[in-house]
Write a protein that binds this ligand. Structure first.
Ligand SMILES: CC(=O)N[C@H]1[C@@H](OP(=O)(O)OP(=O)(O)OC[C@H]2O[C@@H](n3ccc(=O)[nH]c3=O)[C@H](O)[C@@H]2O)O[C@H](CO)[C@@H](O)[C@@H]1O[C@H](C)C(=O)N[C@@H](C)C(=O)N[C@H](CCC(=O)O)C(=O)O
Ligand SMILES: Nc1ncnc2c1ncn2[C@@H]1O[C@H](COP(=O)(O)OP(=O)(O)OP(=O)(O)O)[C@@H](O)[C@H]1O
Ligand SMILES: N[C@H](CCC[C@H](N)C(=O)O)C(=O)O
Ligand SMILES: [Mg+2]
Length: 485
């Protein structure tokens, strides 16, 4: 419970409302309003929250926040009109749910966010700090491991969570900043100590009009959310690194680069083995040995961004680099899930966009003496343009590809497959994902590698509005049991 007047600096006019009222909670969905809630009417992609003000009041909303000019006519409760209701909601949520872990960092980029958030938490944990990570795979903190729906939670859930974490003694938190989250102001109330950037590729072209606009949205993390002078840890070896560095410099934040071309942490030497990477990095004039028990050079890039975030916010570099040895991959990120009796290896991976798929296929090639198999599809109700691009990547980089279903959502699954197969007509088509996985595993021989791509950690498959239980991990295990391994 908090007085409405406590939001006076965020919400115009509330200071002039006679008789201060108690606010029992915040809501942005009228269907979830409880008596005494402050309702925020948000303009969305499908609806305008202003149309649900009457509904919210009927359910007991005691005051309403809406975009200037969006409310016509009288309403029966106090109204605060603002330029940006989503920003007001984020700030109000941070006020309502007081307390955040003292050191919060956020990472953006097309791929690697979940991994970086998880690695940063693990580095802090290794150093003995009480740490949390928040992102696509959910929340992980001392005593908590919860599956999540969104990469960046909405501000109300996010601040409730941060407040609980702080109250339970968590001092360090790493979170993912998705482009949706940044554009919708979901993390504008978070007090950030540092920000990170991994890379930029094609994603969410159903939401962002151009790649440039998509990049600019991601840059909000640096030019708006990060305090002036705060460190921005930028991966230096990506095609979009230069543009990101420029954005950070222009915004007056401290630029720290990592990677082969990085100056804050520089890769001096890296040897990649099948399941680990070993090498040396330079930081602040000193050389540190690193040993990372994960496959794929991209995981080393992610680990460097994580180390950069931890060091930039105060951790001893020697401890940060030593922690690499104990890092576990995030669930379903190039995760070795099984081995056939003949020794072929099967990985579950979350690549559901072009660059991720390309990276993963390239990552396993050097260690595959036989053929690289790929089982993949594309999600429905998402960027259609990526389908033939991913088909083409599979054609170029996999030896055997099976096109199957991901989450068709409301779309016709066979039409999605056809759009992928336009670029890889020779692929096998097996719509049923379980069948596709079984069929691929049955074909594997010594030296082969199979990547089951697209769903990673997911627990379900969404078909025509229903989420059916489904796990790539489980299906791989069951198929292997069938082979007697
Ligand atoms: C496309 C998108 O981002 N949608 C988000 C957006 O919803 P919207 O603006 O489209 O909502 P809308 O349906 O148009 O309705 C507008 C407003 O009216 C309200 N409403 C609606 C109906 C009603 O009866 N009463 C009512 O009050 C809604 O609650 C909403 O506030 O704002 C909502 C509230 O903040 C989010 O929950 C919702 O996320 C949906 C669930 C979603 O699926 N988002 C995905 C695409 C997403 O955000 N993904 C990113 C990136 C993933 C990644 O690649 O890593 C993520 O961070 O997870
Ligand atoms: N640094 C990287 N560069 C390129 N590809 C990567 C990188 N890190 C991870 N990937 C690929 O992207 C997939 C998703 O990785 P991760 O979950 O860490 O990224 P993310 O940015 O959180 O993705 P999402 O936005 O889908 O949640 C991995 O399974 C892997 O295929
Ligand atoms: N957060 C991403 C996840 C996509 C996962 C993939 N399995 C798919 O369904 O396309 C999205 O909602 O676009
Ligand atoms: Mg993620």
């Amino acid at each position: 419970m908090i007085k409405l007047a406590a939001f006076a600096d965020i919400l115009p006019h509330v200071a002039s409302i006679p008789g201060d009222m108690d606010i029992t909670g915040l809501a942005s969905d009228s269907r979830r309003v409880e008596p005494g809630n402050l309702f925020f009417a948000l303009a969305g992609t499908k609806a305008d929250g202003a149309a649900f003000i009457a509904d919210a009041i009927q359910r007991g909303a005691s005051a309403v926040v809406a975009r200037k000019g969006s409310v016509t006519g009288e309403i029966s409760v106090p109204l605060s009109e603002v330029d940006d209701p989503r920003l007001a909601l984020a700030q109000a949520a941070a006020r309502f749910y007081a307390g955040q872990p003292a050191t919060m960092v956020a990472v953006t980029g097309t791929s690697g966010k979940t991994s970086v958030a998880s690695f940063t938490r693990q580095i802090w944990e290794y150093a003995g700090l009480s740490a949390a990570s928040i992102g696509t795979t959910g929340v992980v903190a001392p005593g908590r491991d919860e599956y999540g729906e969104l990469t960046t939670p909405d501000p109300i859930s996010l601040h409730k969570l941060l407040s609980e974490l702080a109250a339970s003694g968590v001092t360090h938190g790493a979170m993912e900043a998705s482009s949706h989250g940044l554009s919708q102001r979901r993390l504008d109330g978070v007090k950030l100590a540092a920000g990170g950037f991994t890379n930029l590729g094609r994603d969410h072209m159903d939401y962002h009009p151009t790649v440039e606009e998509y990049h600019q949205t991601k840059m909000r993390l640096f030019d708006t959310l990060l305090p002036v002078g705060a460190p921005a840890v930028v991966f230096a070896d990506d095609a979009w690194s230069e543009a990101t560095m420029e954005a950070v410099r222009k915004a007056g934040r401290e630029l720290l680069t990592v990677g082969r071309n990085g100056t804050y942490i520089t890769i001096k030497r890296a040897e990649h083995e099948r399941h680990r990477q070993h090498g040396e990095v330079e930081h602040d004039g000193r050389i540190y040995e690193i040993d990372l028990p994960l496959a794929g050079e991209f995981q080393l890039s992610n680990a460097l961004v994580a180390a950069g975030l931890a060091i930039a916010t105060g951790l001893d570099p020697a401890i940060a680099f030593k922690a690499f040895k104990y890092i576990k991959g995030a669930s379903g990120r190039l995760e070795l899930t099984g081995t056939t009796p003949e020794g072929a290896q099967i990985y579950v991976d979350y690549a559901h966009k072009p660059e991720a798929l390309e990276n993963v296929l390239k990552a396993v090639r050097p260690f595959t003496t036989g053929r690289v198999f790929l089982v993949f599809g594309c999600g429905g109700d998402r960027d259609r343009g990526k389908r033939p691009i991913m088909g083409d990547i599979a054609r170029r980089l996999a030896d055997v590809a099976i096109v199957t279903d991901d989450n068709p959502r409301s779309e016709d699954a066979s039409a999605i497959r056809a759009e992928i197969m336009a670029a890889i007509p020779d692929a096998q088509e097996i719509g049923d994902r379980r069948e596709a996985i079984r069929s691929a595993i049955a074909m594997l021989r010594t030296g082969d590698t199979l990547i089951v791509a697209g769903k990673g950690h997911e627990h379900g498959q969404e078909i025509a509005g229903t989420k059916y239980p489904f796990s790539d991990h489980e299906e791989v295990s069951k198929a292997l049991e069938g082979l007697g391994s």
